[in-house]
Design a protein around this ligand. Structure first.
Ligand SMILES: Cc1cc2nc3c(=O)[nH]c(=O)nc-3n(C[C@H](O)[C@H](O)[C@H](O)COP(=O)(O)OP(=O)(O)OC[C@H]3O[C@@H](n4cnc5c(N)ncnc54)[C@H](O)[C@@H]3O)c2cc1C
Length: 369
């Protein structure tokens, strides 16, 4: 089998990997490997995570995708309302943000557009790529892609495989994890959701005794409802039933006013949502971006911005490394450490509010961690 040379191999074509490929492929030979076609297919449940802050504009412009982004029908974010530190709702108007209110994304469209932009920039995309075989040979990375029976070699390998950090795991790198968190989520179809609150565009967040809720109307009118709780909570199994999940949500006045009553059985999805971060390593030419570098507790609403920001920071470092700068990778990792330290401080402070209200282990352990 002939080994094909390239400059950068990126594993994972989610928001981080596709952005990095778009940024690098204009000047370098980039191979982008993705295990699945887009969500909504039978291969994976609908992707969750749709809030993008206004600060992303500059990065989208820098990646050359802003016009495409504006044409994709994402919806400007409305106000946020939360019952977090206190029972009384607190409103925050996003339009006061100097960087703009941000968006609720059509998530599939967002990822599709970035993959398209990467292709147009010259990246080679293989999806589905199958189970990759990875090895380090003579200072270069080699990846065998079973789906197309081809082997590729590059000086730079990027893990953009999301919070699973598949490559880092294969390479035996360490990841430090925060408290586990499970997200149970469902989508109420627009036909049901708009009957109760036809024009509600608010992001609704509330602390529950042993977890927290998030609900928002998605572009297109479906309503997302998500509960985050400890995976060891005995209620988890019961709440996988949509009727039970909706009944518990209705105990929150902030949610009850926008939730329709329905006897329809809706699929409830479960996903891991706890934060974690890849530890420092000294594998030359190996980068992790997006969730594979640091995955945030969703309360931070920071993951999609971080995907773009790490794609940009890694692109600069990789270009310097390909030009022989020895310290580029170290600088990149040092930046990640700073981001992680700041996030940890905010995370503790955020959980401290409800900890004072509920004095439950779910809140207390997170406020002290
Ligand atoms: C419950 C929840 C709510 C969230 N809400 C928000 C929010 O409102 N706002 C926000 O900014 N962020 C939110 N996030 C986080 C956000 O979704 C992620 O930060 C973002 O998706 C990270 O992008 P990524 O490209 O790093 O990883 P991912 O989106 O996970 O993409 C990784 C890609 O790699 C592919 N892949 C995985 N393994 C392999 C493999 N072995 N071979 C090839 N390809 C592979 C996957 O198929 C996928 O396409 C939320 C997260 C959760 C869990």
């Amino acid at each position: 089998m002939i080994t094909q040379p390239c400059d950068v191999i990126i594993v994972g074509a989610g928001p981080a990997g596709a952005a990095l490929a778009t940024r690098l492929a204009r000047r370098h030979r980039v191979l982008l490997l993705e295990r699945s076609t887009l969500s909504g297919s039978s291969q994976r449940p609908p992707a969750i995570g749709e809030s993008l802050p206004g600060a992303a504009v500059r990065l989208l412009q820098h990646f050359g995708v802003y016009e495409r982004f504006c044409a994709d029908g994402h919806q400007p974010r409305g106000a946020s309302v939360s019952c977090w530190d206190q029972e009384t709702p607190v409103w925050l108007d996003g339009f006061r943000d100097p960087l703009g209110p941000g968006w609720h994304l059509r998530r599939d469209r967002y990822e599709q557009s970035f993959r398209q932009a990467a292709l147009e920039a010259g990246a080679r995309l293989v999806q589905p790529c199958g189970r990759l075989q990875l090895q380090r040979l003579d200072g270069a990375w080699q990846v065998l892609v079973p789906q197309i029976q081809q082997r590729f070699q590059a000086p730079v390998l990027v893990d953009a495989s999301g919070r699973g950090g598949v490559l880092a795991r294969q390479l035996g790198l360490r990841r430090c994890a925060e408290h586990s968190l499970l997200c149970l989520h469902l989508r109420l179809p627009a036909t049901l959701a708009t009957a109760v609150a036809p024009s509600d565009r608010c992001t609704r967040v509330c602390a529950d005794r042993r977890g927290w809720w998030y609900s928002v109307t998605l572009p297109g009118g479906d309503r997302l409802l998500a509960l985050h709780l400890d995976p060891a909570d005995p209620a988890c199994r019961r709440l996988l039933c949509s009727e039970q999940l909706l009944a518990r949500a209705r105990r929150q006045p902030l949610l009850a006013e926008v939730l329709p009553s329905t006897s329809d059985v809706l699929p409830v999805f479960a996903c891991r949502a706890g934060g974690s971060a890849l530890q420092d390593h000294n594998l030359r030419g190996f980068y992790a971006i997006g969730d594979a570098s640091i995955s945030f507790d969703p309360i931070a609403s920071q993951g999609l911005f971080h995907a773009l920001a790490t794609a940009e920071a890694a692109a600069s470092a990789i270009e310097r490394q390909l030009g022989d700068a020895a310290d580029a990778q170290v600088d990149y990792q040092a930046r990640l450490q700073i981001v992680h330290q700041r996030y940890r401080l905010h995370h503790r402070a955020t959980y401290a509010g409800p900890a004072a209200r509920f004095a439950e282990p779910f809140w207390l352990t997170r406020a002290m961690a």
